[in-house]
Design a protein around this ligand. Structure first.
Ligand code: NAD
Length: 420
């Protein structure tokens, strides 16, 4: 994926993050090297018959970054800009995300270089089935469990599950998560990222003295994650949603709007732009609004060294992956703005993916209330863990989350005797 404000190689960034935390934890050179190398990488080139009869060869990757804490977990992305280094970085971040919420997974990621917007459903199915077959030697419920990511969805996961099951000769629903309910998906998965984000915002607001009930909220990116976070902050916590945006622009209403009505409007008109009674606002200006809570839920690298000083929100809950650049983190910390980092704030999605896996393996499914209450427990506990480290070490929450995650991975590596 293109990095929205920066052309940095994401894997170089991921390695720098490891170095920063390794210094804080006093890790030796050997352990640093281990943490900066993916354990296993598979590159595949495979043919797909296109609708016009031509044969095209596609390239794809599956990177298993670290499995010291359990089977690998991570999405599969279809995008023209997929690269091996991007997949490596995403696999590293999945490792830390699973560790920060303390679910028993390592991290992985996959991707295929393709342009899904210009492919038919039949072409996507043939591509998915061939890719699944190519990576099947290294995936499985006990080894590596893929999930949806950019431009893949429940249908993609269903094709992978079916292809893998055909090879085995029996149904293996636990090979992927993010499946439709009919095929062993979990209740609550669709809402999980936004719901987890709303729970962490609630907890952090208490510590930071930020008002949620009656407090104002701006959401950049009113998609799956952002709209659910807005709905729940509004419905369950009494927040006032004053601004929201999507790729076409944003809307602002000082006394707030009903996010459900905005969702319906977006579903009907394809954008939040033009929502009755609201003023137009640009995506850039939305970030700088004087609100209590800001939820970036769209792209990478939107809070940078250039605009961090202009951010007026008191609390930022990162529903998106990578919205804040490192130089911005320092500025936000100096301004005493509380940031809930992506590997914590959007980990509700992978947490309910994790819930899907034992449900599939046991063939025993939980009701929605049970999924949500277990998710709440995980998010509340994880926020408390991160806050404790941040307070003790006097660092910002992102560094604290990385310290916690990397320490947990290091403990697993050492306890297993992988590294003496
Ligand atoms: P989505 O496609 O449902 O929503 C993304 C929204 O962002 C859309 O409304 C889109 O119009 C908007 N957008 C795109 N470009 C924009 C721009 N330049 N400015 C403002 N808005 C823009 O995707 P999603 O699943 O909600 O994912 C959003 C973010 O959350 C991504 O960073 C993703 O990696 C992260 N995330 C999602 C999940 C999940 O379970 N959905 C889990 C973890 C992290």
């Amino acid at each position: 994926m293109p990095q929205a404000g920066s052309s940095a190689n994401p894997f170089e960034t991921a390695k720098q993050q490891v170095d920063i935390v390794a210094n804080l934890l006093g890790l030796d050179a050997g352990m640093r090297e281990m943490l900066k190398h993916p354990k296993r990488e598979l590159s595949v080139n495979f043919p797909v018959r296109m609708d016009d009869g031509a044969l095209r060869v596609f390239s794809g990757y599956r990177v298993q970054y670290n499995m010291a804490r359990g089977p690998c977990k991570g999405g599969i992305r279809y995008h023209p800009q997929v690269s091996l280094d991007e997949v490596r970085a995403l696999a590293a971040w999945m490792t830390w995300k699973c560790a920060v919420v303390n679910i028993p997974y390592g991290g992985a990621k996959g991707g295929v270089i393709c342009d899904p917007k210009n492919m038919s459903k039949g072409e996507l199915e043939r591509l998915t089935r061939r890719f699944a077959s190519e990576i099947s030697p290294i995936i499985g419920p006990e080894m590596d469990i893929p999930a949806p990511d950019v431009y893949t969805d429940g249908q993609t996961m269903s094709w992978i599950m079916d292809t893998y099951s055909m090879q085995k000769g029996y149904s293996v629903p636990g090979v992927v998560t993010g499946k439709p309910i009919a095929l062993g998906g979990s209740e609550g998965r669709g809402e999980a990222t936004g719901r987890g984000c709303a729970y962490t915002i609630r907890e952090a607001a208490k510590d930071a003295g930020v008002r949620v009930k009656g407090g104002t909220v701006a959401v950049q990116g009113f998609g799956d994650a952002g709209s659910v976070a807005a709905n729940l902050l509004h419905d369950e916590q009494g927040a006032v949603i004053v601004a929201a945006s999507d790729s076409k622009g944003g809307v602002y209403k000082a006394d707030g709007f009903n996010p459900h009505a905005l969702e319906e409007y977006k579903a009907k008109h394809g954008s939040v732009v033009g929502f009755p009674g609201a003023k137009a606002i640009s995506n850039e200006d939305l970030l700088e609004l004087k609100v209590d809570i800001l939820v970036p839920a769209a792209l990478e690298n939107v809070i940078t060294g250039k605009n961090a000083d202009k951010i007026q929100a008191k609390l930022i809950g990162e529903a998106a992956n990578g919205p804040t650049l490192p130089e911005a983190d320092t500025i936000l910390f100096q301004k005493k703005i509380t940031v809930l980092p992506d590997i914590l704030a959007n980990a509700g999605g992978v947490t309910v993916s994790y819930f899907e896996w034992p449900q599939d393996i046991q063939g025993y499914f939980w009701p929605l209330e049970e999924v949500n209450s277990r998710l709440e427990r995980v998010m509340v506990r994880s926020y408390a863990d991160v806050h404790k480290v941040a307070t003790e070490k006097r660092v910002h929450n992102r560094t604290a989350a990385y310290v916690l995650a990397i320490q947990r991975v290091v403990d697993a590596i050492k306890t297993r005797g992988i590294y003496p």
